[in-house]
Design a protein around this ligand. Sequence first.
Ligand code: GTP
Ligand code: SPV
Ligand code: MN
Length: 593
Amino acid sequence: MTKHKKLAKWIKECVTLCQPDKVVWCDSSEAERKRLGKEAYHTGEMLKLDQKKLPGCSYHRTAINDVARTEKLTFICSQNKKDAGPTNNWMDPKTAYKKAYDIIRGSMKGRTMYVVPFSMGPVGSPFSKIGVELTDSIYVVLNMRIMTRMEKAVLDHLEKTQGEFTKCLHGKVDIDINNRLILHFPEDNTIISVNSGYGGNVLLGKKCLALRIASVLGRDEGWMAEHMLIMGIEDPSGYIAYVAAAFPSACGKTNLAMLVPPQGLKKKGYRIWTVGDDIAWMKIDSDGKLWAINPENGLFGVAPGTNSKTNPNMMASLNKDVIFTNVLLKQDKTVWWEEGDPPIPQKGTDWKGNPWKPGQHDENGKIINGAHPNARVTVPIQNVPTITNRLEHHHGVPISAIIFGGRRASVAPLVYESLTWEHGVFVGSTMASERTAAQFGKQGEVRRDPMAMLPFCGYNMSDYFKHWIKLGKKMTPPPRIFNVNWFRKDEDGNFLWPGFGENLRVLEWIMRRCRGQVDARKTTIGYVPHDYDIDLTGLKFQPDKLKQLFSISKKDWEVEIEGIKNFYAKFGKELPKELGHELKELEKRLGKG
Ligand code: GTP
Ligand code: SPV
Ligand code: MN
């Protein structure tokens, strides 16, 4: 078994509970991958794709009602309800354990339980945390193998140190949505997930450990776990500025993290280095600055919309060792998705497993998609052509700027800079975005999603805001904070900004601000670029669009303030006074403006 006493005891308990036929320890070897693949192809859990065109690639379909994170079924199970705060679902730990145990009890009869030790972050880095996931899903094992550092060194390290680890128990059970639960026990460093087979619900190292549990560890240990991409922007002199950006799910982190400089800016010689596309762990180092690592080892990216124009680096990353989930399966055993590269296949099998051809409508007259809008690709990070060479650096990269952003058809300008760190925390805490296919619920509805952490903060959000304010005071200096919006629309509903690679034009301004190289216009909401400071070389773009992108409507912002007040009311007296103050100041500035 293992020489790690606590681990051995916990596994024994879980085996007694779940009653698997077999327990298999995973070491992430190539032989293991082949063996598991073979078994999954045999049972139909996964499908082998054309190995000439897509070597090492496989395909998976989830259950039809199991295609995105289920926030309603996700709980923080702290002893005190108050510790979960007003934005999380809470369940008392005793009830939660009982419910989950009753569901998972005996559910692995006839199945195998896989033991997956993994590290989030390079093994041995002061940032890193170890978890062990027990699961009855080969799909989960093969995904964890890509997404985390699942290697023999992890278990060796655990045994040598007899150290802490996060207990992650996952059982597919019957994939029954009515009995689905994603439970977090921050006080016990434990996660239990039952009745799901979808990514964010079951790859327990990702949102469950690296955000919900880690945010609590960060609060207690003085660091930050954030839903952020990390990227390096190298200027022609070779200097690399690193930025971390928080956008809600399916709002452009993966795309930004691997952007290709647009033609017009190419001659300036910028290079982009991808550090991470979804999660950042950040710590104040001995120099007083904020440093960050990407705790993951792979990408779990949105497929639809990805093509050689929008994200050529992602397309180049998809040629080997990828797991495709809920995309269209073509007859030649390759894959496609909506707004993918042409040609549109004339035939295939859709994500539900039904025969598909383009242009079909369902009984409600809605177009039938080949791929689910939240179809995903699981990609080893080393596949990414722009991968940084600092991935294994134990202390990460220094962060010059933090960027918040969301999908707003109106209100938020293309970019603005906050006045101070505390104002920046206010801007992050009041972020709003239209709901996307990454979570169940009404699409397009605007909701507040502070720091893109609404579904991922493992404790009371008002304490989380306080943590941000407290850490900012310790940084010398703190990174500057910006807000971006690639999604502003004109009256006809078209995006005003071309987005994707062109976003580098905005990043360039951000970098110049960080280095004190460019002036800005001070407005009621923060610093906004002068039109002439956004380099538009090579972009066919009517100048009046830029005016629209930077317009700040007093009326819209008055409505916005009401929205913020409603949202802040949730926190009552617990809202940090600094944020109440920032809101008042904004109101005052608008009144005068
Ligand atoms: P999660 O993995 O869910 O956390 O999402 P993410 O933030 O990494 O989102 P991702 O980069 O995968 O983008 C999601 C969707 O937004 C895709 O359909 C993209 O095509 C689209 N998108 C990304 N960047 C832009 C942009 O700059 N402009 C526009 N209009 N769409 C974008
Ligand atoms: C997100 O929804 O923010 C994702 C995908 O990155 S999942 O891992 O499913 O949470
Ligand atoms: Mn995400």
